[in-house]
Design a protein. Sequence first.
Length: 503
Amino acid sequence: MADTKREIERKYESDDSGLPDLTGVAGVAAVVDKGVAHLDATYYDTADERLNAASITLRRRTGGSDAGWHLKFPVAPGVRDEIRAPLADTVPRVLAGLLRSRVRDAELEPVVRLRSDRDVRELTDAEGRLLAEVSVDAVRAERLTVGGGEAQWTEIEVELADGGDPVFLDEVEKRLRKAGVRPSSSASKLARALAETAPRRKRRAKGARRAAEPVTAGDHVLAYLRAQRAAIVELDPAVRRDVYDSVHSMRVATRRTRSAFRSFGAVLDRSVTDPVGDELKWLAGELGVDRDQEVLTERITAALGELPRALLAGPVRGRLRIWTNARRGGSRRRLIAVLDGKRYLELLGTLDGLIADPPLLKAAAGAPEKVIGKAVRKDLAKLSVLVERALELPPGHERDLALHEARKKAKRTRYSAEAAVPALGADAAGLVKSMKSLQNLLGDHQDSVMTREALRELAAQAQAAGESSFTYGVLYGREERRATADEARLPQAWAETKAGARV
């Protein structure tokens, strides 16, 4: 079992290492001395420090009130999500799973040991409620890998109470700054320990080189692909934790990557990228099982909320809940199994290798505005054929299929335009906006098609259970009218899209 806590804190240092009087901070009625805690933490990482590179920390700590395993993911500057698991001799499986997209087949090993004497003060308001915890930490760091050294320092840490207003930390900081205390130059104790205990040669090599600005068409495409690969890896833990919208976001990153392979076939050799694209399609499909269920449930729930009571016959919401849980429970277990599987990890490794050693073609060296602009125009032309064909078909199943194909092509055109924005500027940004609007219209139509299928399934289940299917029929009719309205708006929406396309 693991618990998650949102941690909002700031770190400081001062020349005299003392804590100034904080009773003058706005809202603070008392500063309560909680004594000194002795903490002993061992931090784990891979030999090449992958977790540290991603600002992720994994530690096993004894002492204090929260002994156990702690895994921290960055959320924003000074904000991290801390996931806790009970004390054990080895890394708990639940935490190891959250690190799998980073660690892959590498071993997690002890890299640094930090022993801290923590002098704690609690800042409380007039009613005795905790506002923040302030501590002065005397830290002793020891590098546990070959060639490492030792270091020690003292720092001040201010952690906001659960549910507190971050503005309060600004008030505390004002008081600290007046007393000569300054923000720490390191983001965390671990980052400082790694820097100060590293072997000398490694320390000199730490100066990171800034990535070169994209110059060629290949540079722009690879920059886009790196961003999508990073998104997939970073979203993996959120998907495992069932964070809202994480599945959708990860699915979009896989689609963007695959679309880039196909749209920019003049830049990257498709004989190399197509097999990778097939694997990305597989992953997007696995992610889509959960996402599609979310969309259908949200749409039907919203529609039920709009119906007057007179049209609600039978235990409709209960039936929807049973249907959703049955479908989503199985898909959720399947998705976690996919993320734990060999095929997924091999895909991540393949993406890493492709980006590190890209199969560039001759056009990759060309001017980005020419090469990338041509690719976007090609996608737009293909979309035009699909939309025009769909508009020529009579309403019905064939048109639904044609509109769905147009929707997929609109997404691809949008993604290629997104990749083109750094090279083409405002014209590409305008096309992204137009494609998003068209995609939303076509997406709403497709969601209506899928919702009607779900309503038929729900109605059949209700009838089999001896319940009324009346309400599902009402919702079905509403979805039919909604789809008809979408189709009626499409000619004008498409005309506006074509008129605004200037890439």
